[in-house]
Design a protein around this ligand. Sequence first.
Ligand code: FMN
Length: 178
Amino acid sequence: MDYSQLIRKRYSVRSYLDKPVEKNKLDYVLEAGRIAPTAANRQPQAVIAVTSEQGLETIDKACNRFGAPVVLVVCADHSQTWKRSYDNMDSAYIDASIVTDHMMLAAADSGLGSLWICKFDPSVIRNGFGLPDHVEPINILCLGYASTEAEQSPAASPDRHERLRKPIDSTVKYEKWQ
Ligand SMILES: Cc1cc2nc3c(=O)[nH]c(=O)nc-3n(C[C@H](O)[C@H](O)[C@H](O)COP(=O)(O)O)c2cc1C
Protein backbone atom coordinates (compact mmCIF):
# COMPACT_ATOMS: atom_id res chain seq x y z
CA MET A 1 0.00 0.00 0.00
CA ASP A 2 1.44 3.41 -0.87
CA TYR A 3 1.65 6.22 1.68
CA SER A 4 -1.29 8.15 0.26
CA GLN A 5 -3.56 5.10 0.59
CA LEU A 6 -2.20 4.24 4.04
CA ILE A 7 -2.93 7.63 5.60
CA ARG A 8 -6.45 7.59 4.20
CA LYS A 9 -7.14 4.01 5.24
CA ARG A 10 -6.15 4.51 8.90
CA TYR A 11 -8.96 5.43 11.23
CA SER A 12 -9.66 5.36 14.96
CA VAL A 13 -10.89 1.90 15.84
CA ARG A 14 -13.25 1.80 18.80
CA SER A 15 -14.36 -1.84 18.54
CA TYR A 16 -11.95 -4.80 18.37
CA LEU A 17 -12.18 -8.51 17.67
CA ASP A 18 -11.30 -10.88 20.49
CA LYS A 19 -8.24 -11.98 18.52
CA PRO A 20 -4.62 -11.72 19.62
CA VAL A 21 -2.04 -9.72 17.67
CA GLU A 22 0.75 -11.86 16.19
CA LYS A 23 4.21 -11.26 17.69
CA ASN A 24 5.76 -10.40 14.31
CA LYS A 25 3.16 -7.64 13.81
CA LEU A 26 3.70 -6.24 17.30
CA ASP A 27 7.46 -6.31 16.68
CA TYR A 28 6.96 -4.45 13.39
CA VAL A 29 4.96 -1.72 15.14
CA LEU A 30 7.47 -1.40 18.02
CA GLU A 31 10.36 -1.19 15.55
CA ALA A 32 8.64 1.71 13.78
CA GLY A 33 8.58 3.51 17.14
CA ARG A 34 12.22 2.71 17.80
CA ILE A 35 13.43 4.32 14.59
CA ALA A 36 11.24 7.43 14.86
CA PRO A 37 13.04 10.77 14.86
CA THR A 38 13.33 12.62 18.17
CA ALA A 39 14.73 16.01 19.08
CA ALA A 40 18.56 15.93 18.96
CA ASN A 41 18.21 12.14 18.61
CA ARG A 42 17.86 11.90 22.39
CA GLN A 43 15.36 9.00 22.08
CA PRO A 44 13.66 9.70 25.43
CA GLN A 45 10.77 7.34 24.69
CA ALA A 46 9.86 4.26 26.66
CA VAL A 47 7.04 2.18 25.24
CA ILE A 48 5.35 -0.22 27.66
CA ALA A 49 3.68 -3.01 25.69
CA VAL A 50 0.74 -4.38 27.64
CA THR A 51 -0.98 -7.64 26.73
CA SER A 52 -1.34 -9.47 30.06
CA GLU A 53 -4.69 -9.73 31.80
CA GLN A 54 -3.31 -7.93 34.84
CA GLY A 55 -1.79 -5.13 32.77
CA LEU A 56 -4.98 -4.66 30.75
CA GLU A 57 -6.97 -4.48 34.00
CA THR A 58 -4.77 -1.55 35.01
CA ILE A 59 -5.36 0.08 31.62
CA ASP A 60 -9.12 -0.37 32.12
CA LYS A 61 -8.90 1.64 35.33
CA ALA A 62 -7.16 4.47 33.48
CA CYS A 63 -9.22 4.69 30.28
CA ASN A 64 -11.53 2.96 27.83
CA ARG A 65 -9.46 0.67 25.57
CA PHE A 66 -12.56 -0.46 23.62
CA GLY A 67 -11.55 -4.13 24.00
CA ALA A 68 -8.14 -3.79 22.31
CA PRO A 69 -5.92 -6.81 23.14
CA VAL A 70 -2.68 -4.80 22.98
CA VAL A 71 -2.05 -1.44 24.57
CA LEU A 72 1.13 0.56 24.14
CA VAL A 73 1.81 3.19 26.78
CA VAL A 74 4.13 5.75 25.23
CA CYS A 75 6.18 7.53 27.87
CA ALA A 76 8.95 10.11 27.76
CA ASP A 77 11.85 10.33 30.18
CA HIS A 78 12.22 14.00 31.07
CA SER A 79 15.80 13.41 32.18
CA GLN A 80 16.64 12.57 28.55
CA THR A 81 14.50 15.00 26.57
CA TRP A 82 15.97 17.92 24.64
CA LYS A 83 15.26 21.37 26.10
CA ARG A 84 15.28 24.48 23.91
CA SER A 85 17.81 26.94 25.31
CA TYR A 86 15.70 30.03 24.50
CA ASP A 87 12.70 29.11 26.64
CA ASN A 88 13.40 25.64 28.09
CA MET A 89 10.69 24.04 25.94
CA ASP A 90 10.80 20.28 26.62
CA SER A 91 10.51 18.00 23.56
CA ALA A 92 8.76 15.20 25.51
CA TYR A 93 5.29 15.59 24.01
CA ILE A 94 6.59 16.10 20.49
CA ASP A 95 8.94 13.10 20.65
CA ALA A 96 6.36 10.78 22.22
CA SER A 97 3.79 11.83 19.65
CA ILE A 98 6.09 11.22 16.67
CA VAL A 99 6.84 7.76 18.09
CA THR A 100 3.11 7.16 18.53
CA ASP A 101 2.30 8.31 15.00
CA HIS A 102 5.04 6.10 13.51
CA MET A 103 3.61 3.11 15.36
CA MET A 104 0.01 3.98 14.47
CA LEU A 105 0.81 4.05 10.76
CA ALA A 106 2.89 0.86 11.03
CA ALA A 107 -0.15 -0.79 12.62
CA ALA A 108 -2.35 0.28 9.69
CA ASP A 109 0.33 -0.96 7.28
CA SER A 110 0.20 -4.39 8.88
CA GLY A 111 -3.59 -4.63 8.85
CA LEU A 112 -4.11 -3.73 12.48
CA GLY A 113 -6.55 -1.18 13.84
CA SER A 114 -5.45 1.37 16.40
CA LEU A 115 -6.72 4.13 18.67
CA TRP A 116 -4.65 6.98 20.08
CA ILE A 117 -5.82 7.90 23.58
CA CYS A 118 -4.90 10.93 25.65
CA LYS A 119 -7.96 10.82 27.89
CA PHE A 120 -6.49 8.57 30.57
CA ASP A 121 -5.75 8.98 34.24
CA PRO A 122 -1.96 9.36 34.41
CA SER A 123 -1.80 8.56 38.12
CA VAL A 124 -3.33 5.11 37.48
CA ILE A 125 -0.72 4.47 34.77
CA ARG A 126 2.12 5.79 36.95
CA ASN A 127 1.22 3.62 39.92
CA GLY A 128 0.13 0.57 37.94
CA PHE A 129 3.29 0.34 35.86
CA GLY A 130 5.75 1.67 38.43
CA LEU A 131 6.92 4.73 36.51
CA PRO A 132 9.59 6.85 38.18
CA ASP A 133 8.76 10.56 38.65
CA HIS A 134 10.90 11.68 35.71
CA VAL A 135 9.04 9.41 33.28
CA GLU A 136 5.71 10.75 32.01
CA PRO A 137 3.03 8.66 30.30
CA ILE A 138 2.02 10.79 27.31
CA ASN A 139 0.01 8.71 24.85
CA ILE A 140 -1.77 5.39 24.89
CA LEU A 141 -2.03 3.46 21.61
CA CYS A 142 -4.55 0.62 21.44
CA LEU A 143 -3.90 -2.09 18.86
CA GLY A 144 -5.89 -5.02 17.56
CA TYR A 145 -8.04 -6.29 14.75
CA ALA A 146 -11.02 -4.05 14.02
CA SER A 147 -14.45 -5.64 14.38
CA THR A 148 -16.55 -6.02 11.24
CA GLU A 149 -18.87 -3.37 12.63
CA ALA A 150 -15.99 -0.89 12.92
CA GLU A 151 -14.66 -1.76 9.46
CA GLN A 152 -18.06 -1.11 7.88
CA SER A 153 -18.84 2.13 9.71
CA PRO A 154 -18.71 5.49 7.87
CA ALA A 155 -15.92 6.45 10.30
CA ALA A 156 -13.68 3.93 8.52
CA SER A 157 -14.24 5.26 5.00
CA PRO A 158 -11.04 6.41 3.23
CA ASP A 159 -13.20 9.18 1.69
CA ARG A 160 -14.32 10.56 5.04
CA HIS A 161 -11.71 13.31 5.13
CA GLU A 162 -13.64 15.28 2.52
CA ARG A 163 -16.40 15.68 5.12
CA LEU A 164 -14.52 15.47 8.40
CA ARG A 165 -11.43 17.60 7.82
CA LYS A 166 -11.18 21.35 7.33
CA PRO A 167 -10.37 22.48 3.79
CA ILE A 168 -6.70 23.05 3.03
CA ASP A 169 -7.07 26.82 2.74
CA SER A 170 -8.19 27.01 6.36
CA THR A 171 -5.26 24.96 7.71
CA VAL A 172 -2.40 26.21 5.52
CA LYS A 173 -1.23 29.79 5.24
CA TYR A 174 1.35 30.86 2.71
CA GLU A 175 4.04 33.29 3.77
CA LYS A 176 2.02 35.13 6.47
CA TRP A 177 -0.75 34.56 9.01
CA GLN A 178 -3.19 36.78 7.05
C1 FMN B 1 -3.50 13.54 20.42
C2 FMN B 1 -4.73 12.68 20.24
C3 FMN B 1 -5.48 12.32 21.34
C4 FMN B 1 -6.60 11.51 21.19
N1 FMN B 1 -7.28 11.09 22.31
C5 FMN B 1 -8.36 10.30 22.16
C6 FMN B 1 -9.03 9.80 23.31
O1 FMN B 1 -8.64 10.05 24.45
N2 FMN B 1 -10.12 9.01 23.12
C7 FMN B 1 -10.57 8.68 21.86
O2 FMN B 1 -11.55 7.94 21.75
N3 FMN B 1 -9.93 9.14 20.74
C8 FMN B 1 -8.84 9.93 20.86
N4 FMN B 1 -8.16 10.35 19.76
C9 FMN B 1 -8.64 10.00 18.41
C10 FMN B 1 -9.24 11.21 17.69
O3 FMN B 1 -10.49 11.53 18.25
C11 FMN B 1 -9.34 10.89 16.19
O4 FMN B 1 -8.04 10.65 15.68
C12 FMN B 1 -9.98 12.02 15.38
O5 FMN B 1 -11.32 12.21 15.78
C13 FMN B 1 -9.95 11.75 13.88
O6 FMN B 1 -10.57 10.52 13.57
P1 FMN B 1 -9.80 9.36 12.80
O7 FMN B 1 -8.60 8.98 13.65
O8 FMN B 1 -10.79 8.22 12.70
O9 FMN B 1 -9.38 9.89 11.47
C14 FMN B 1 -7.02 11.13 19.88
C15 FMN B 1 -6.24 11.47 18.78
C16 FMN B 1 -5.10 12.23 18.95
C17 FMN B 1 -4.25 12.55 17.73
